[in-house]
Design a protein around this ligand. Sequence first.
Ligand SMILES: [Zn+2]
Length: 327
Amino acid sequence: MIERLGSGLCAGVILLLLLAWPAHAQTTAEPATVAMKAEAVAADTWFVQGESAIGTPGNQNFISNAGFVITPAGVLVVDALGSPALAERLLALIRAHTSAPLRYVVVTHCHADHIYGLQALKAAGARIIAHTACREYLASDTARLRLQASRTELFPWIDQNTQLTGADQWLGEGGDAADLVLTLGARRFRVRHAGPAHTAEDLIVFDEQTHVLFAGDIVFRGRIPFVGQADSGRWIQALDLVLKLEPRLVVPGHGPVSTDPARDLKLTRDYLVFLREVMGQAARDMEPFDEAYARIDWSRFADVPLFAAANRMNAYNTYLLMEHEAR
Ligand SMILES: [Zn+2]
């Protein structure tokens, strides 16, 4: 009896626990199954290109780019993609080319689609380098709530096992230099702090040998940029910094590589300039945002992918920024 009661009782307790356990708490080690291929862009240099879209369980949050350079002294990776599973796929692509050790991951900025894969690259031995402004973001409620939401919106690719991963080296920490030269054998990479632009922590990576520049989200290709809380005035300056480096080829944070940076950076630059012009005028005239937005001719950019999804929020954030700048 007691026994029966005992075993019956504990079965009951287990059942209750299972029912109480939130469904998306169970974890999954499913490998990412989206199409991902490493495209060669220069000597020993490859990148993977994510979809120009908003992250969904369907595209497994593969919506951003990452790159890697293989040297005899080890591998440098730029950005970590939008989930641990995607970063595992990236690792497998690297391993298809080399057994050299993973030495560094440079994080261009701490938006979810560029950092949720970091834990997998760290586990593979990489030293993570990011700008100190990223540290503040990772410690913020915004980052915590973003991850929490992603655990539901992007389950099972983002789940309870997905963690925010800090850097091993924070550039600009305590007023230290925010630029760095990374050497791997004879290969030298210039890591430059280009923020605050798209984010406060924007880092770009310039390969002195191939003149390939990994620009992160300073450069969006083939879609309307995500402006968010960006400092668009500094972003335009950052684009000019990129052009001054005279890169032969730019790997953007989103979209295809650019073999004609001057031409291809033009879309992002012109869009930011236009937003500042029209929203700046509206703010100075104290014209209500909705009226201004409806009045403005957006036809120049209306056919660019993700215009419908991103433009209104970009315009509104720029309106607030221009109000602030006008004070
Ligand atoms: Zn971004």
